[in-house]
Ligand binder design. Structure first.
Ligand SMILES: NC(=O)c1ccc[n+]([C@@H]2O[C@H](COP(=O)([O-])OP(=O)(O)OC[C@H]3O[C@@H](n4cnc5c(N)ncnc54)[C@H](O)[C@@H]3O)[C@@H](O)[C@H]2O)c1
Length: 360
């Protein structure tokens, strides 16, 4: 029997979870059973597209549906309690990034999953980008030698905090929304944790437009292997920028360097009235199967599908300890949250922060 899955939070990104599990149903690898969404209008519009059962209250979904697993795509600060309740109900759990916005919250989520013997996976999909997979293989094979330093940037157009989720952008930041992606990616590529963080940032532009959050943050991370990596994040790019996201990575080692422009991958269009556009078709691209059903391919779907396959492995008798692969665990989520928490602490104090010193 394939994994029976429910999605909690069906907003802007939750739809990608619904799509990924629905298409696994076409191949018998998962069953998208139900969704829970508190917003009546959003729930109704999703149920129009996905003919499954819908709930306003995720607890009711847990009680009424015989689920093996859930995926959680609620706002960042609302992951924790839902994940803990689902784990305690014996469901395997996929959580959108970041795992939680506090270190203590991540630890509680990990404990709850351990106590119930369920999988806790975090949707850090940058690991599934084919360009990043190649960097990770090269670095892990020692082809670049010892990594000395690097640089990553991830920037969104200003419509993301202003139009996409103005209700909770004030509870988030460029670090929480964007930085965590690349913190996890670089940890995974290097195969080691961060030990020290220093950050500076800018605030004022978005505040003047009615959303009180940081405009940009530059986070300098020292990793345990000695590599020093700077992460530049912002969400104030102009609306006319050629893509919603601008992102890239550069790592330099004693034997070589690797650079990835993951925004402009070579595909461009120019159509009035949008003007110039670049396309990251590695993320999500749409295609029809011979039965006319829509599928979404790309690393944005791969990471979610990977969760369902991990759940199937467990349902077929596999053990959590045997789960090998790319997926980010609860512990990975915790290490990433430590970096983000340290970055915000450093922004406040103006001092570098040792990750060992974090108590929250
Ligand atoms: N992996 C990525 O690239 C990526 C991109 C965007 C967002 N995200 C993450 O996905 C999550 C959701 O972001 P979003 O942009 O979709 O936000 P959103 O505000 O568009 O959607 C969140 C949805 O959760 C619903 N919700 C809130 N509390 C709920 C509850 N208790 N039960 C059921 N539904 C509830 C809201 O009504 C809303 O529809 C965030 O953690 C965000 O950081 C990830």
């Amino acid at each position: 029997m394939p994994a029976r899955i429910g999605v909690i939070g069906a907003g802007t990104f939750g739809i990608n979870h619904l799509r990924a599990f629905r298409q696994l149903g076409y191949t018998g690898e998962a069953e998208l059973v139900a969704l829970a969404e508190v917003n009546d209008a959003t729930r109704k519009s999703r149920l129009d597209e996905f003919p499954i059962r819908g709930y306003a209250d995720y607890q009711e979904m847990l009680r009424c549906e015989n689920l093996d697993a859930v995926s959680i795509a609620t706002p960042d600060h609302l992951h924790r309690d839902i994940a803990i309740a689902c784990a305690r109900a014996g469901k395997h759990v996929l959580v959108e990034k970041p795992l939680d916005v506090t270190v203590a919250g991540c630890q509680a989520m990990i404990e709850a999953a351990k106590d119930s013997g369920v999988l806790l996976q975090v949707d850090f999909h940058k690991r599934y980008d084919p360009e990043h997979e190649q960097v990770q293989l090269a670095v892990q094979a020692g082809e670049l030698g010892e990594i000395l330093y690097g640089y990553a940037h991830m920037e969104d157009r200003i419509e993301v905090p202003l139009d996409w989720f103005p209700r909770w952008a004030g509870n988030s930041s460029p670090v929480w929304f964007l930085g965590v992606h690349f913190f996890d990616l670089v940890r995974w590529i290097l195969g080691c944790n961060a030990r020290r963080v220093f950050a500076v940032g800018q605030r004022g532009h978005l505040r003047s437009l009615g959303v009180d959050t940081l405009d940009a943050v530059q986070t300098h991370v020292e990793f345990a292997c000695g590599a020093e990596v700077c992460f530049q994040t912002s969400w104030i790019l102009p609306r006319r920028f050629e893509a919603v996201v601008n992102q890239g990575l550069r790592l330099v080692g004693t034997k070589g360097l690797w650079e990835v422009d993951t925004q402009n991958r070579g595909a461009q269009s120019c159509i009035d009235p949008q003007g110039m556009r670049t396309w990251n078709n590695s993320f999500l691209r749409e295609r029809k199967d011979p039965m006319g059903r829509t599928h979404f391919r790309g690393y944005g779907a791969d990471s979610i599908e990977d969760f369902a396959r991990n759940v199937n492995f467990l349902l077929e008798g596999g053990c959590l300890d045997q789960l090998q692969g790319q997926h980010a665990t609860g512990e990975d989520g915790l290490e990433v949250t430590k970096i983000a928490v340290a970055a915000h602490k450093s922004l406040t104090t103006g001092q570098p922060v040792d990750l060992d010193s974090l108590s929250d």
